[in-house]
Design a protein around this ligand. Structure first.
Ligand code: CU
Length: 285
């Protein structure tokens, strides 16, 4: 197990807050959680936007509406048919129309949910012609990102930053030593695999969550609409350090991506995965 340096939580929070207050670049962290935040991270792909729409416009009203309806029915039964108000109980056991209604109405609710839900699943699973492919390999407990041959064919490990290594603008438990970079507005295919146990690659702002299964290649994709830094985490309990294998993707302009690529080729080309953990890439722009 990796040694973990513990800084008192209060200090870490204070450092984080100070960083948030003083770092203008913090505004670029679009896909990062904020203190006290409720709800989704900002959507940065059409699919993430659709997922949030499905939740906010369909699922939330359905769950709230059904809960209130059941609550009202329950209250009605409790007050209308209790021992005092209704001393002689009815002997009714069946009511045809009522039973048909309470079978068909929930089925209709499911159909209303199913239509946009299947549309979303199709969009996620039918991958458009990709502009580039990144291979994300999960291990206990970090990610490795492989870039296509056309982009240099290198790969590098991406490990969580220890508390002592956090710089202003970094986020505790989410920032990594070597982030992955992708160009904005390009279709990026993600090939997700695992070297050991089942992990899950997830970036909420991209609407991506897919299991990393040993011996199996799972694919997903995204097309980022805005530049910024977007975080995710392993989302399938994979062992003791499951909570410490975050995902950090920088969406940058094509020009900035090309510049990063040039540097990354030199930094990562000769190193193998094991030594890369210690290799620090140049500071984030
Ligand atoms: Cu994991």
């Amino acid at each position: 197990m990796r040694e973990r340096v513990s800084i008192p939580l209060r200090t870490a929070v204070a450092v984080g807050l100070a960083a948030a207050a003083t770092q203008p670049s913090r505004a670029a962290l679009l896909g990062a959680p904020e203190s006290g935040q409720i709800g989704f991270l900002p959507a940065n792909t059409p699919i993430a936007g659709d997922i949030q729409w499905l939740h906010n416009a369909i699922l939330l009203p359905a769950t709230v509406g059904i809960s209130l309806l059941v609550l009202a029915l329950l209250a009605y039964v409790v007050f209308r048919f209790n021992d005092k108000a209704h001393p002689i109980p009815s002997r009714t056991t069946h009511n045809g129309p009522l039973e048909i209604a309470w079978t068909i109405l929930p089925a209709l609710v499911l159909v209303v949910i199913a239509v946009p839900s299947f549309r979303l699943l199709t969009q996620q699973l039918v991958i458009p012609e990709p502009d580039m492919t990144i291979k994300a390999t999960a291990s206990q407990w970090h990610w490795n990102y492989g870039y296509p041959k056309s982009d240099g064919g290198f790969s590098f490990d991406s490990l969580i930053k220890d508390d002592k290594d956090l710089k202003p603008g970094d986020i505790r438990l989410l920032s990594v030593d070597n982030a992955a970079y992708v160009p904005v507005g390009k279709v990026v295919e993600l090939d997700v695999v695992s070297q050991d146990v089942i992990h899950s690659f997830s970036i909420p702002s991209f609407g991506v969550k897919i299991d990393a299964v040993p011996g199996r290649l799972n694919k997903s994709w995204f097309k980022a609409e805005q530049e910024g830094v977007f975080y995710g985490q392993c989302s399938n309990i994979c062992g003791i350090d499951h909570a410490f294998m975050p995902i950090e993707f920088h969406v940058v302009s094509q020009k900035a991506y090309d510049a990063w690529l040039e540097q990354a080729k030199k930094t990562y080309a000769s190193a193998d995965g094991a030594t890369l953990a210690a290799t620090a890439l140049a500071p984030h722009p």
